[in-house]
Structures are given as structure tokens and as C-alpha cells.
Design a protein around this ligand. Structure first.
Ligand code: AMP
Ligand code: TRP
Length: 332
């Protein structure tokens, strides 16, 4: 039987925080050996909003180092840069031509980014079609992502279905895999909102994956909670701050919710914060150490990315060829 295909990606557009890790990357590591995983650094998505070229280039290597430091292993998983595999751009064009603009205008990420920016590029509107190309080129079964990407994965599925209907069975219909806990980690300084890469540098907003222990300590100590005293999981929006701290504790310790509530029964918020700091510092220490070791040797990272692109091309190109035949391009 064919191994399940897994595809996911992150934009090299900011500092990775524990939300990215708990919502996305952590799931990628699960069963890495038993599934066929493709993990992409989506630089073409990043330029849908303005980027400084030198910073973008640097961040691509840094994101590759984060993938590796978090535990992705190139012996099992394919790690590559989107722009190194031109099939993504070509497939995107073909898929563009079967995607109604109305579908794209409905995307919530587009609507919120379009509201923020002064001018909106065609690329920003087209963003989810490129994402569909990423996913569909690999006959992907599962797309492990955080909650905010669910709508994009469903759109990929709709595009695949439409292409299949118009041109005959071509694509596997992908499914989003969203963790039950950790799919939407909230900002420590503003628990009504999600932790976001674009705000990760704001003091108190996020614990970043490569933060030093002192920074982690400060962010968690200052985390906004409420005036209550019970340490219980809850979906009451007024208790979102405490629930968020508990979720992070749950995910980094692997303990179950009931055991955690029993452990903290009768204790104050200060105790939870103190223990959480220890847990997070220790969980991130090995990632940070591996990260800096890897970055000290950029040639090795580049070599892994070159090999990854080659493996990715071997899958994406035959699929693209099939798409071209289906739509009627002359193959000579
Ligand atoms: P982004 O930071 O938007 O590039 O997202 C990269 C990956 O991390 C995607 O799979 C997101 O769904 C996931 N992600 C982003 N922010 C969070 C968050 N606050 N909680 C959980 N997952 C997140
Ligand atoms: N849009 C995703 C995000 O912002 C990144 C992404 C691009 C992606 N292509 C993908 C995620 C394919 C999963 C599969 O997080």
C-alpha cells in the first residue's frame, strides 16, 4: 500500500513562535517515518506582500534550520524551497484558469490582509491557488496545519474537484489535519487574539521558538490572565488567557487535562506560570541549540535544500505533465 502523503508549508516571513510549532510543526513530526512528508518553505507565498530581498533570503535558511532543529529528518521527510520547484508556479497558472474569482474573494485571510495593506497585489488574491498547486502536485492526503488554514485547504479540495470534473480524475482530494489542542494558540499579551508571526517581535506577544530563557520567563510572567483563581480548562472567552497557558502546558508536557487540573488544584496563577516557564524553557532549549549549530553551517543547509528540491521535482513534474496533457497542451 502507498504511504500516506503529507504536505505542509510555512512562509519565511517572520519569527516562528510556539503557535507555529504547536499548531503545525509538531504534527509534522508525528509518524514521520511511516508517512511520506513534503515540508515546504513557501517563499513565493511570502512575496505576495512586500519583502526586503536580503531579509527574505536570510529567512529562508533560518526557516530551514527551524524545520531541522524541530526534528524534521531529511532521511524521512523532503524539505525544500517552493521557488526551487518551478512546477508550483506552472500548476498554479493552470489551476487559476479553473478557479472562479468569487471563491478567492471570500477567503478570510485575503479579506483581512487586503484591509491592512495600502495596495493589494494580484498575488495576494491568488495566494490560495498557489497553495492548492503546492498540495495537489504531490497527491497529498493530509495537510497538517493550524485552524486558520482550514479554509484554504478546503478551497484546494474544491479546486481539485472542479478540475477532476472538467478534465477527468487527476487529483487526490486533500484533507486538513488540525490538532484538537493547540490549533489556535493565543497571544500572551492579548488572549482574545491569536499569536501571530507578524506581531511576534512585540514585547509580551509570543514566545518565539528560539527565545532565550530570560525572554521566555518575562513573556510568561507578564501573560494576561483574569481576576479568577481556579486553574481549569475552559472555553469561556473571559478565561482565554488561563486556558491558553494550560494548553501550552498540556502540549509541552504531554499530560492529560484532568491530571493537569488535579495537579494545579488549590494553587494560584503564579504557580502555573512558574511551572510553565520551566516546562517551556526546557522544551525549547534543544531546539534553540540545534538551530544555532545548523545556522553556523549554511552550506550544509543549502545542500539539504538542494537534495529536497530534487526529490520534490521528481514527484511534482510528472503530475504537472499529466495536468498539461489533460488541459490540451501540445507535448512535442
Ligand atoms: P503562519 O505563521 O501564518 O505562516 O502559519 C504557519 C503555520 O502555523 C500554519 O499551519 C498555521 O495554521 C500555524 N499557526 C499560525 N499561528 C498559529 C497559532 N497562533 N496557533 C496555532 N497554529 C498557528
Ligand atoms: N498558507 C499557509 C500559511 O500561511 C502556508 C502554505 C503555503 C501551506 N502552501 C501550503 C500550508 C500548503 C499547507 C500546505 O500558513
Amino acid at each position: 500500500m502507498r504511504k500516506k502523503r503529507v504536505f505542509s508549508g510555512i512562509q519565511p516571513s517572520g519569527t516562528l513562535h510556539i503557535g507555529n510549532y504547536l499548531g503545525a510543526i509538531r504534527q509534522w513530526l508525528v509518524e514521520q517515518k511511516y508517512k511520506e512528508g513534503y515540508f515546504c518553505i513557501v517563499d513565493m507565498h511570502a512575496i505576495t506582500v512586500p519583502q526586503d530581498p536580503e531579509i527574505l533570503r536570510r529567512r529562508v535558511r533560518e526557516l530551514a534550520a527551524v524545520y531541522l532543529a524541530s526534528g524534521l529528518d531529511p532521511r524521512y521527510s523532503t524539505i525544500f524551497v517552493q521557488s526551487h520547484v518551478p512546477a508550483h508556479a506552472e500548476a498554479c497558472w493552470i489551476l487559476n484558469c479553473v478557479t472562479p474569482v468569487g471563491w478567492l474573494e471570500r477567503m478570510t485571510q485575503y479579506k483581512s490582509k487586503a484591509q491592512q495593506g495600502a495596495s493589494v497585489s494580484a498575488g495576494l488574491l491568488d495566494y490560495p491557488v498557489l497553495q492548492a498547486a503546492d498540495i495537489l502536485l504531490y497527491d497529498t492526503d493530509e495537510v497538517p496545519v493550524g485552524e486558520d488554514q482550514k479554509q484554504h485547504v478546503e478551497l484546494s479540495r474544491d479546486i481539485a474537484q472542479r478540475f477532476n470534473r472538467l478534465y477527468g480524475e487527476t487529483f487526490v482530494l486533500p484533507e486538513a489535519v488540525i490538532p484538537t489542542s493547540g490549533s489556535r494558540i493565543r497571544a500572551f499579551n492579548e488572549p482574545s487574539r491569536k499569536m501571530s508571526k507578524s506581531e511576534a517581535q512585540i514585547r509580551g506577544h509570543a514566545v518565539n521558538l528560539i527565545d532565550e530563557p530570560d525572554e521566555i520567563r518575562l513573556t510568561i510572567q507578564q501573560a494576561v490572565t483574569d481576576s479568577g483563581r481556579e486553574i481549569l480548562f475552559s472555553d469561556d472567552p473571559h478565561r482565554a488567557g488561563i486556558n491558553n497557558l494550560l494548553e501550552v502546558y498540556e502540549l509541552f508536557t504531554g499530560l492529560d487535562r484532568q491530571a493537569i487540573e488535579v495537579h494545579f488544584a488549590g494553587k494560584g496563577y503564579g504557580v502555573l506560570k512558574k511551572e510553565l516557564i520551566e516546562v517551556v524553557v526546557e522544551a525549547l532549549r534543544p531546539i534553540r541549540e540545534r538551530y544555532y549549530k545548523l545556522l553556523a553551517n549554511p552550506a550544509e543547509i543549502d545542500q539539504i535544500l538542494r537534495a529536497g528540491a530534487e526529490k520534490a521535482r521528481a514527484v511534482a513534474e510528472p503530475k504537472l505533465f499529466q495536468m498539461k496533457k489533460r488541459v490540451g497542451f501540445l507535448i512535442t
